[in-house]
Design a protein around this ligand. Sequence first.
Ligand SMILES: Nc1nc2c(ncn2[C@@H]2O[C@H](COP(=O)(O)OP(=O)(O)O)[C@@H](O)[C@H]2O)c(=O)[nH]1
Ligand SMILES: [Mg+2]
Length: 413
Amino acid sequence: MNPNPVMNPATAHMMIWIILTFALVALAIVGVVVAGALRRKKENPAQITVAPAASDLIQRETVRPLPEPVLAKAPARAPAAVPAAAPASAPASAHLPSLEDEFKASRTLGEAMQNTEKSFFGRLRGLFQNETAAKHFDEIEEVLYTSDLGPQTVTRLMSKLDELSRSDKSNVQTLKATLKDEFLQIFDGAHIPEPTGETLAHLKTQNAPSVWMIVGVNGAGKTTTIGKLSAHLAKQNKKVLVAAGDTFRAAAGSQLKAWTERAQVEFFSPEGVTDPSAVAYDAVVKAKAQGFDVVLIDTAGRLHTQANLMEELKKVKRVMTKVLPEAPHETLIVLDANSGQNALQQAREFHQALGLTGVVLTKMDGTAKGGVAVGLAQELKIPIRLIGIGEKIGDLKAFSAREFVNSILGEEA
Ligand SMILES: Nc1nc2c(ncn2[C@@H]2O[C@H](COP(=O)(O)OP(=O)(O)O)[C@@H](O)[C@H]2O)c(=O)[nH]1
Ligand SMILES: [Mg+2]
């Protein structure tokens, strides 16, 4: 008789096989499902990383490089991270020198012009450094005629040299002294006083507010100059308002804002106002009401046509007189020293339309030209007030005719 009344051994064996088979099939199904799910995750990670992808996008937007080339450079871009009240140890500002250091590190005109050996100045300097006299007269003549001084200036200088006696013409020191004297007289004729002390010279800051309108073609250096100028004025404890009057180019406002943050002065760009005259008008109203010392007004350098630009600028100038009859106290044209005789032409046109009170000559560092400084004084009698000698905030100097002439001729100041 079978001791197990429930199941005989053959049936039990079969049952075990059936259970094992089911378990294997179940395992296989689970395996296929898991593998499928893993593959889907791999192909489409966004399904499982929605939040990081969004924050990534925001971050990318924040660090997108600003469109203006100048903003890619240290002085203009970094200020956003350096608010006036930032602690000195703020890590974002660690790579930026302090304004004080930048001012201290800025060069003299002579140093900035060291790299201009091939320029008109460099060639003239070279002639006077080498005292083998005899053929000097001809060489000077050649250098002058191939310079960007402009024909009127060259004629004036040459006729002065021609007056010299035969022996004087072969004396390097006499030639040099004669040219020096004539250059200085040309600058005197344009009423360019020598700067005194630390101030950026002879610009009208005695009215409160003093309104300075900055004009010139695109790329000449208007916005950069305003940035440098505002820092200089702030250093002299002037309360400065910078108005974003170049409403034509989208990037112009942000470039200017970055400079004002670096210079730690107030930026004025009313939301949604696209008319530059309205910006200028409102800026002067604000400056008057809030006791600002100086208002700097940036302007567009190009509109649809040159005639449009001039009309627009005339209007900007006109509307300000409704708030302050004598405004703008200075209308300064910014000219790129590299543009040679074109700079003279630009100055002529702007002067005719706006009545300029002075010139800011930029990029004197490393220019192969620069003789235009003399041409401006000789032909237009517009005083050169400031010179730009680099892209740093301290690279703006009061123009000194004496220093300029000395560096042309390779003399110590
Ligand atoms: N080397 C040098 N570059 C300058 C000087 N002034 C301006 N720049 C550069 O000239 C370019 C145009 O300047 P920007 O101020 O935007 O000109 P804007 O169009 O007249 O406002 C920028 O890349 C500036 O960094 C200067 O004195 N020296
Ligand atoms: Mg600009």
